[in-house]
Design a protein around this ligand. Structure first.
Ligand SMILES: CC(C)(COP(=O)(O)OP(=O)(O)OC[C@H]1O[C@@H](n2cnc3c(N)ncnc32)[C@H](O)[C@@H]1OP(=O)(O)O)[C@@H](O)C(=O)NCCC(=O)NCCS
Length: 140
């Protein structure tokens, strides 16, 4: 498995993986096109197939927001998100990371907590369809 930056040609594959996952943000192609030049969008791939990705956006100087991390359903529990997370955390420009996650998303919360993220609060009824609280996490 290798990691690399996403390019325009990868967007259809990213959309496909995200569309199959209720917990992933369902952004449009336009949103990804806008994000590409200003964000860190990294892919894990093997045999020219994208297995997972993350999208992280700089919010202020060395502060970043992890917008999403998604692994294709058939490739889960093989350590792919762990490798993606290590890639983000080892980037020299990233010193402080924030994120928010559905309270019921136990897999993602375990992933984040296993990588040193600590809960800093909640946002009541932050998500819709279904309505649910967000748990906020940060990692210095
Ligand atoms: C969350 C997600 C990215 C994890 O990807 P993954 O490649 O399967 O994760 P890994 O195999 O690297 O697992 C790393 C750790 O995450 C946690 N974890 C992953 N899947 C889990 C599950 N189904 N239940 C509980 N913990 C889980 C565990 O702590 C695991 O460590 P362990 O294997 O030592 O127990 C994946 O389940 C996913 O794509 N979910 C849907 C999208 C999503 O919810 N993204 C987050 C919000 S944008």
């Amino acid at each position: 498995m290798t990691l690399r930056d996403a390019g325009i040609d990868d967007i259809p594959h990213i959309l496909e993986i995200a569309a199959a996952e209720p917990n992933a943000p369902h952004w449009t192609q336009r949103t990804y096109l806008d994000l590409l030049p200003h964000s860190r969008i990294r892919l894990a791939e093997a045999d020219a197939k994208i297995l997972g990705f993350y999208v992280s956006r700089q919010t202020f100087q060395t502060e970043w927001e992890l917008e999403s991390i998604v692994v294709a359903r058939h490739n889960r529990r093989q350590g792919i998100a762990t490798v993606l997370m290590a890639d983000l955390l080892s980037a020299p420009e990233v010193e402080l990371i924030h994120l928010e996650v559905r309270a019921s998303n136990h897999a993602a919360r375990a992933l984040y907590e296993g990588h040193g993220f600590r809960s800093t609060g909640t946002r009541s009824r932050y998500y819709s369809n279904p309505v649910e609280d967000a748990v906020l996490y940060s990692r210095p």
